[in-house]
Design a protein around this ligand. Structure first.
Ligand code: EPU
Length: 338
């Protein structure tokens, strides 16, 4: 276990932004995580579990707390019945390495989630979703440390409370994930109904096997989303709003072409990228070194030297404009640390 003080967090985030952590701990094992919890408790500092930093905005003043980077890196396969496999991956494993390992064995379940930056732990907390799939579809259980008792507890599918970009872990904040078990299969059916994938198939892209789907998803992502190694970003900055059917009807009267995804419970998800682009003309909108990405305005990108307060100011301005135009109160997808 490595414990350090005053470590700059910018290099630990894909925004490449943020001040130092009061305490920064890299933990490999359950024991390390318990020791880190002990340090936080003794110093009365809040705990900030960190994966690859691909969904966080760290404040410029840094974090007055213990930033805990879980580094556990093992991947294990357990064959089951009927072509199914359990894949168990440490919380610190790079998510896309898990996708690579799975698809190279012909296993399906997570091929639509190829190319997403982040770790297995972060992917689970956040219930990552893209191109018609989400982590919840394959989740079996997660072993995690209860931060109040230090005990290792298994959170099952029934307890996981997955929702759009949310989970038990995100809601409760009282568990640090150690490893996650996913249920994959050799007998999967390709999910290629998402408009971008359907278009690729019409254009002749082969989409029958997990490796083919993963390759197609990566190609689509590279066209639409910025590469965090080139420009600071944390992907979608806001969630797509989920609003009542009545509010949708009012908006539809003004924006008949707005894409709407009914949720079946009197609520519907609307496309914020569409609203920002087509209703508010905010694509590429810049304020100093931060801007809404030209090819996907739900994504904020930050040039080198940008600060967290500049990102925050742009996000606030966007939220205000959306509220003024539509009455929708935006929720952030990206989490603020500090
Ligand atoms: N659109 C526009 N203009 C644009 C871009 C998009 O009008 O410039 C409209 C189009 O109608 C398009 C629709 O917006 O069909 C949806 O766009 P997209 O398919 O890119 O999906 P999204 O809803 O904007 C979500 C996730 C992404 C994920 C994609 C693909 C959220 C917050 N974001 O974006 O996840 O990659 O779907 O499935 O749900 C992330 O979470 O960081 C992320 C990138």
């Amino acid at each position: 276990m490595i414990v350090r003080s005053g470590i700059p967090l910018a290099p630990h985030t894909t925004f490449h932004i943020g001040g130092p952590a009061r305490v920064f701990i890299e933990a490999d094992t359950e024991e390390d995580i318990r020791a880190a919890l002990g340090i936080a408790k003794r110093r009365a500092l809040p705990l900030y579990p960190l994966g690859a930093g691909s969904n966080v905005l760290v404040k410029d003043e840094g974090v007055e707390g213990v930033v805990l980077k879980v580094a556990s890196r093992d991947i294990v396969f357990e064959p089951g019945n009927d072509g199914s496999y359990r894949l168990i991956a440490g919380a610190g494993v790079r998510w896309d390495a898990v996708v690579d390992t799975a698809v190279s064995r012909g296993l399906s379940g997570i091929e639509n989630l190829a190319g997403i930056p982040g770790t297995v732990g972060g992917a689970t907390v956040q219930n990552i979703g893209a191109y018609g799939a989400e982590l919840a579809d394959v989740f079996e259980y997660a072993d995690s440390i209860d931060t109040t008792t230090g005990a290792l507890v298994r959170i099952t599918r029934a307890e996981s409370a997955f929702a759009y970009r949310s989970s038990f872990f995100k809601e409760s904040r009282a568990h640090v994930i150690v490893r996650v078990a996913l249920r994959l299969t050799t007998l999967g059916t390709p999910r290629v109904g998402y408009p971008d994938l359907a278009r690729a198939r019409e254009a002749g892209t082969p989409l029958s096997t997990p490796p083919e789907i993963a390759a197609a998803v990566r190609a689509i992502r590279s066209q639409k989303l910025p590469d965090p190694s080139e420009e600071g970003t944390a992907g979608s900055f806001f969630k797509n709003p989920v609003i009542s059917d009545a509010s949708v009807a009012t908006l539809r009267a003004r924006y008949p072409e707005m894409p709407v995804f009914p949720q079946g419970d009197g609520m519907a998800k609307v496309s914020l990228a569409w609203l920002l682009d087509r209703a508010l003309s905010l694509k590429g909108y810049a304020s100093g070194p931060v801007r809404l990405y030209e090819r996907q305005p739900l994504v904020i990108v930050a040039r080198e030297g940008a600060t967290a307060s500049q990102v925050d100011a742009l996000a606030q301005e966007v939220a205000r404009r959306v509220y003024d135009a539509t009455g929708i109160v935006l929720e952030r997808e990206v989490e603020t640390f500090g």
